[in-house]
Design a protein around this ligand. Structure first.
Ligand code: GDP
Length: 367
């Protein structure tokens, strides 16, 4: 067994089995330091994705063993997919340890939303869960906004240094934040989920602060995890989120990709108005209830994307459920790992069809 670890994902390196995690050719391993396993090397240099699965049990074990030494948790959530990133496993850790909560991807929300409003909203959500963090930082690891603030907060609470556990589900930008804090680009950042396999310890240069980058957990209920990796990528907004506003009559149906659809049931003559938010590659289509079946049967990828041709059959075979929902003015209906609708004039009464395992919830308006 080798004692060397991959500087990208933290896995122990081995040259015995190319099909197992941590593989590196023997001749590369002989070179002095700074090794990437073959998987991280491919992600880094060719953007190639090699999936790995980490179970919740493995995750819990890994985090619990790191909690023995760490005094502080830095938990990262995605402002664009807050519900998708608000995982019970991470909330459990926050109930046990001092924490700084980091809300990432501020660059993706409209300018008029002030970071302090975001912080107050998050504070409320954490309070509902019985969590009171030491502080909340609103950041964008993409443009660097607020990163220095995280550093200052750690130094303020731990002037003599600390080992801090960095936690978050996949795709929230955890590795990007760690890299920003370290000021170097070593931890593998990928648009693909599940890139970091083992905890990676790194000291912030010239400080006594050690960051323990834990593996990203794949949470339950994200629409983006029910499609193939290619579609998953398209569903994680990178540069902007698209918004479209609808004013609809009874019996009109909105189809989002071919991921979910809902029929408007309002019967009182007042048309509900709502806006739909998602990554710009996700298509929205409006039709009449009596044309829905025909439309879905066409399986036209040019108007019903995602899923793509490759993962459509698998997605369509997932067991579907029908929800009857009422969303009031000022409320939002959230589709985990996909987007949300914000009701401007309600109530909006709908009958929604989506896979059983997809997560939906109603919250008070955020944007
Ligand atoms: P991890 O799985 O949580 O470690 O996430 P990564 O750091 O690998 O990032 C996941 C994806 O989100 C990548 O495509 C990043 O470029 C993107 N990303 C990370 N931080 C930000 C951010 O602040 N803004 C935007 N727009 N994208 C981000």
């Amino acid at each position: 067994m080798s004692e060397k670890v991959c500087i990208g994902c933290g896995i122990e390196l081995q040259s015995e089995n190319p099909n197992k995690n941590g593989y590196i050719p023997q001749e590369k391993l002989k070179e002095s330091t700074g090794h990437y396993c073959q998987r991280c090397f491919k992600i880094k240099n060719y953007g190639q994705y090699i999936p790995v699965k980490m179970t919740r049990d493995d995750y819990r074990k890994e985090v619990q063993s790191e909690m023995k030494n760490a005094k502080l948790a830095i938990a990262v959530f995605d402002i664009i997919d807050f519900e998708g990133s608000f995982d019970v496993e991470i909330l459990d850790v926050l109930r046990e340890m001092d924490s700084i909560v980091v809300i990432n991807k501020l660059d993706l929300i409209p300018d008029q939303k002030h970071p302090s409003e975001v912080a107050n909203w998050v504070k409320g959500r954490l309070e509902e869960e019985g969590i009171a963090p030491l502080d909340i930082a609103i950041v964008s690891s993409k443009n660097g906004y607020g990163i220095n603030g995280i550093f200052k907060k750690i130094k303020y609470f731990y002037p003599n240094g600390v080992e801090a556990l960095v936690l978050g589900v996949t795709n929230v930008g955890k590795s990007s934040i760690v890299n920003r804090l370290l000021g170097v680009k070593t931890v593998t950042v990928s648009k693909y989920p599940g890139t970091t396999l083992k905890s990676v310890k790194k000291q912030i240069p010239h400080t006594n602060i050690t960051l323990v980058d834990t593996p990203g957990l794949i949470p339950e209920g994200r629409f983006s995890d029910l499609v193939c990796e290619k579609c998953n990528l398209k569903m994680v907004p990178a540069n902007e989120i698209s918004r479209k506003t609808f004013k609809v009559d009874k019996n009109r149906v909105l189809v989002i990709g071919q991921l979910l659809w809902f029929k408007v049931l309002n019967d009182d003559g007042v048309k509900p108005i709502f806006s739909l938010y998602a990554a710009k590659d996700v298509m929205f289509h409006e039709t009449n209830a009596d044309k829905l079946k025909e439309l879905l049967d066409t399986q036209r990828g040019d108007i019903l994307y995602p899923p793509c041709d490759e993962c459509r059959d698998k997605y369509n075979s997932l067991e579907k459920v029908t929800h009857r929902l009422t969303i009031k003015t000022g409320q939002e209906l959230v589709f985990k790992g996909l987007g949300w609708i914000s009701v401007k004039r309600g109530p909006l009464e709908i009958e929604l069809v989506c896979p059983k395992e997809a997560g939906i919830s109603i919250r008070s308006a955020f944007i």
